[in-house]
Design a protein around this ligand. Structure first.
Ligand SMILES: [Zn+2]
Length: 400
């Protein structure tokens, strides 16, 4: 499964659709209650199946939704109950079955209800809401790949998230055949450079200036709002106003950071595919080696968050192409000289060994992570090292 998101502008129709889905949910709740009343209250799972069949036959209030969209809500209701039972079984006493009425809920369309169009007016998506009801028609961006969508689409969901309506396109993805490629690339994830990769020949430095500037901006926003918020009375009107504005700002910056991480990781994985890499080796990030300027705890948290995200992004993007991702313990990988295997802590951005070997410090990390994976950390690397090639985020500038 793969999900693609598309923001769409607000309209009353969207709100009505998700309200209708919520009322189907409410109907499930009340039907379940009457079923329980008739069959005795039980949280056991065996009755749920019968209840679902029974519910299916009940006449539902007419809803402006496709029959499969209605079915999907019911399915989700029982899936929720199932996961509640599993939580209880595993000792979570606070787990509750679905019990609350909702005002809005995600609407789901299945394949039969989804139509793509490409005509003079541009690319369009039409989502059927059953006979006699107005379908939801959405304009798609120019670059939208209709051919791919038509052959792979499984579901379309209308999701409301923090003031924004989004369509989630869920695609069926055929698992790619495991690649038989031999190449191995070591990747060092750091603070100055979010990623540095080495594949035995080429070292790539992924520039981190843009992302770092966003970190700084984020800290600045937190600090300046913090001062203002502290001056207000807690929970006062102005306090709420400032808190809301602060989080809106931060959310935007976080999105920009995410965008940068996405671009870098996509580029890395694409380069790997191009160069016939079969395995990407990442250093284990649980113990962070060197602190550059953690200064504040907030800073550190942010770094760790980005580390985790980079690992996650590389993993799923590589796996989608059939490239294996391995995580290894990265101790000593930043200190060992690739030429003479001496250990020495680098003191600045350049690693300089007494044997005369000098190289970019993070590049050394990537080389050694690769060596370690091969079981060769401690074996001198014979090949001469080409200077690292930088990769920058394109078409971006940051306003601080
Ligand atoms: Zn050396």
């Amino acid at each position: 499964m793969r999900t693609h998101k598309l923001k769409i502008p607000y309209s009353e129709q969207l709100e009505r659709l998700n309200a209708s889905s919520a009322s189907v949910w409410g109907e499930c709740l009340s039907l379940k209650n009457s079923w329980d009343y008739a069959h005795g209250y039980s949280t056991g799972g065996s009755l749920d199946y019968e209840c679902e069949l029974w519910m299916d036959k009940q006449l539902s209030k007419p809803q402006p939704l496709h029959s499969q969209s209605i079915q999907h809500v019911r399915w989700r209701f029982f899936k929720n109950r199932k996961s509640f039972r599993e939580l209880r079984k595993n000792g979570d006493k606070r787990a509750k079955p679905p019990y609350r009425e909702k005002a809005f809920q995600t609407t789901t369309w299945k394949k039969q209800a989804i139509r793509f169009r490409n005509d003079l007016l541009g690319k369009k998506l039409s989502l059927s809401n059953g006979r006699g009801n107005k379908p939801l028609v959405v304009s798609l961006p120019k670059e939208f790949d209709i051919k791919y969508a038509e052959s792979h689409i499984a579901l379309v969901e209308l999701v409301y998230d923090k003031g924004q309506y989004c369509l989630h396109f869920v695609y069926n993805v055929v698992k790619p055949v495991k690649s038989k490629l031999e190449g191995i690339v070591g990747v060092d994830i750091g603070e100055i450079h979010p990623m540095v990769s080495h594949d035995g020949v080429i070292t790539n430095l992924f520039n981190g200036r843009y992302i770092r500037s966003l970190y700084r901006l984020r800290n600045k926003v937190i600090a300046s709002f913090g001062k203002k918020i502290d001056r207000c009375e807690r929970h006062s009107q102005r306090w709420w106003h400032l808190v809301k504005r602060k989080w809106k700002r931060i959310k935007k910056i976080d999105n920009q950071i995410m965008d940068g991480l996405h671009k870098h990781t996509t580029k890395l994985v694409k380069l790997c595919e191009l160069r016939g890499i079969g395995t990407i080796v990442l250093g284990d990030l649980t113990g962070i080696r060197e602190n550059i300027n953690y200064g504040k705890r907030a800073n550190q948290k942010l770094h760790q968050w980005a580390f985790g995200k980079i690992t996650q992004l590389i993993t799923y993007k590589a796996n989608a192409l059939g490239i294996k991702v391995e995580v290894i313990d990265e101790s000593y990988t930043s200190q060992t000289c690739p030429h003479c295997v001496n250990r020495k802590k680098p003191t600045n951005r350049n690693y300089a060994c007494k044997c005369g070997f000098t190289y970019h410090r993070d590049g050394v990390g990537a080389i050694n992570i690769r060596q370690k994976y091969l079981g060769c950390l401690g074996v001198p690397v014979a090949a001469a090292m080409a200077p690292p090639v930088g990769i920058r985020l394109e078409g971006r500038c940051c306003s601080a």
